[in-house]
Design a protein around this ligand. Structure first.
Ligand code: SF4
Ligand code: SF4
Length: 112
């Protein structure tokens, strides 16, 4: 029996399994900069980020991607950060964002 066409499709499930084991490189980042765990994904950092207006950089998304194990994408996006520190001044959780971004940028695969 053919499936009915409703004119829309369901988006794939992108929920994070927070009980899943973390990749070793992700564990190193979280242990080196433990304040990352305090991020509540409020988006304040992305709202003030100048680099984020022109690139795919949004720190809170990097944190979620990191938890999901997408380390190559995290590294690539983190490299757009200018280390200006505006995000850090607005973060209500006191996340050391610049240090976190530096650690994340180190996850990017080496350029050929
Ligand atoms: S402002 Fe702080 S708590 Fe909010 S999303 Fe950014 S890092 Fe996370
Ligand atoms: S330090 Fe990086 S992430 Fe934070 S506002 Fe500046 S460019 Fe954006």
């Amino acid at each position: 029996m053919p499936k009915p066409d409703f004119g829309f499709a369901f988006a794939p499930n992108r929920a994070l399994d927070l009980s899943a084991p973390l990749l070793p490189e992700v564990q190193v980042v979280l242990e080196t900069e433990p304040s990352i765990r305090a991020c509540m994904a409020c988006g304040q950092c992305a709202a003030v980020c100048t680099a984020g207006a022109f690139t795919p950089l949004a720190f809170y998304r990097l944190v979620l991607q990191l938890r999901g194990g997408d380390v190559a994408a995290v590294g690539e996006r983190a490299r757009h950060c200018m280390l200006c520190g505006k995000c850090q001044m607005t973060c209500p959780r006191g996340v050391n964002i610049r240090n976190a971004v530096l650690l994340m940028a180190a996850l990017a695969p080496p350029k050929p």
